[in-house]
Design a protein around this ligand. Structure first.
Ligand code: TRP
Ligand code: SF4
Length: 400
């Protein structure tokens, strides 16, 4: 459906690996053709844990953008930008911080978890506590309906919904709301206003979420509405006040488990990754040495793919036919582990060399990449400014 907005971000932690690719990026690449997508480098978020050494931030940022482009994010359809280039993120974060109870932030599970995990960093900072709120500002600034993220980020989207609700509750009241809504509905034109009323009724009486989504799209698509009227109409769909900020939903997508070379989850902090643009020799070497079913000591021992991380990779990369060959060969000791890895190595090398080749074009042409990001930043700012206009107006702070 047109005009349904998706937003997501990634911290610039350095070269992306296959875990990032299958866990998020591939999904973004599909979403960009289905939704109006905003994807950004969360460089301010990187600061919340990495504030001491900022020397790699810029390099990591551009490298990640090149990874995105080489993997297939298309700046012709998706808006790609850098968080810190859109200062409205900081303004909204600040304003939201005024209404956010400390307890909400302290209760987010990642707060204590990460502090414990990154014990070598001092994370007793204001910025780190505010991590989820900065993320809320990212999301709410674009009035995105959907946020594609993994399980670990669900709590952050949840707090975003609470913050939006609280903001709308505090600042979304105005005298003569109902009359203003009536006028706004009439201004939609007779056909659309009838449609709006009937969809609203379906949602209010039957909880029909699809009707709500269609009504929201109808409002969003109307270019002649003023910002204030649009917010009134959106708010009236769900309740009795203006909806200045929109409560987003998580777009949970089934992502495959991507094992690292040692069998644990692929993650930079475990040092068990295969880089998205790693050279072929090194990929081959790493995969040949990759952990297999530990019970399969000798070539003649039968193995169990369910206990083997290589099998998890086969599930991602191999055809049904190859998978059947692995299952049978492994369980009967008909094939050796190196034999089993061969078709996998071929597929992964092919994928990675393709990405590395496309990356070359961007690496040789840094101005092209900067241009893409500058243009994305402008597009993002246009939306961000509009939201901040509405936010300031609602807070009676639009004085000049
Ligand atoms: N916290 C996210 C992560 O670590 C990154 C992020 C920052 C993000 N802002 C966001 C994701 C807004 C989605 C929406 O993966
Ligand atoms: Fe793993 Fe394949 Fe070896 Fe079986 S044959 S243990 S699936 S690498």
């Amino acid at each position: 459906m047109q005009n349904r907005r998706v937003l997501s971000g990634m911290r610039p932690t350095g070269q992306l690996h296959l875990g990032n690719y299958h866990g998020a990026l591939k999904n973004w690449i599909e979403l960009q053709y289905q939704y109006e997508c905003y994807f950004f480098v969360a460089d301010w978020h990187a600061l919340t844990t990495g504030y001491e050494d900022t020397s790699k931030l810029e390099e990591n940022t551009w490298n990640m953008v090149v990874d995105w482009l080489a993997a297939g994010l298309n700046p012709g359809v998706a808006t790609l930008f850098i968080q810190s280039r859109v200062p409205e993120h900081a303004e909204l974060h600040l304003l939201l911080s005024m209404i956010t109870p400390l307890g909400w932030l302290e209760r987010v599970p990642s707060y204590k978890d990460q502090q414990a995990q990154l014990a070598d960093h001092d994370l007793n900072t204001y910025g780190f506590l505010g991590y989820p709120l900065l993320q809320s500002a990212d999301i709410l600034l674009y009035r995105s309906q959907f946020v594609p993220v993994g399980e670990d980020q669900v709590a952050h989207v949840e707090i975003t919904r609470e913050v939006a609700r609280r903001f709308n509750h505090i600042y979304g009241r105005e005298p003569e709301f109902e009359q203003k809504v009536e006028k706004a509905i009439k201004s939609l034109g007779s056909r659309n206003s009838a449609m709006y009323r009937s969809l609203r009724k379906q949602f209010q009486e039957k909880g029909d979420a699809d009707a709500l989504a269609r009504a929201q799209a109808l409002v969003e698509a109307n270019a002649r509405l003023t910002v204030a009227d649009r917010d009134r109409l959106l708010g009236f769909l769900e309740g009795g006040g203006i909806s200045i900020l929109i409560e987003p939903d998580v777009l949970l997508t089934a992502t495959p488990k991507v094992p690292g070379l040692d069998g644990r989850k692929m993650s930079k902090s475990y040092g068990n990754t295969i880089g998205l643009r790693e050279d072929a020799d090194s990929v081959v070497r790493k995969l040949k040495a990759m952990q297999t079913d530990p019970a399969r000591v000798r070539r003649t021992d039968p193995g169990d793919p369910d206990k083997c991380p290589v099998w998890d990779l086969h599930k991602i990369y191999s055809s049904a036919q190859t998978q059947a060959w692995v299952q049978n060969g492994c369980r009967t000791a008909g094939i050796g582990c190196l034999e089993c890895k061969a078709p996998l190595i071929e597929k992964i090398v092919e994928e990675i060399t393709g990405i590395a080749k496309r990356a070359e074009e961007f690496e040789e042409n840094p101005d092209l990449v900067r241009g893409i990001i500058a243009e994305g930043g402008e597009r993002a700012r246009t939306v961000a400014r509009e939201t901040m206009e509405a936010v300031r107006q609602a807070m009676a702070m639009n004085y000049r």
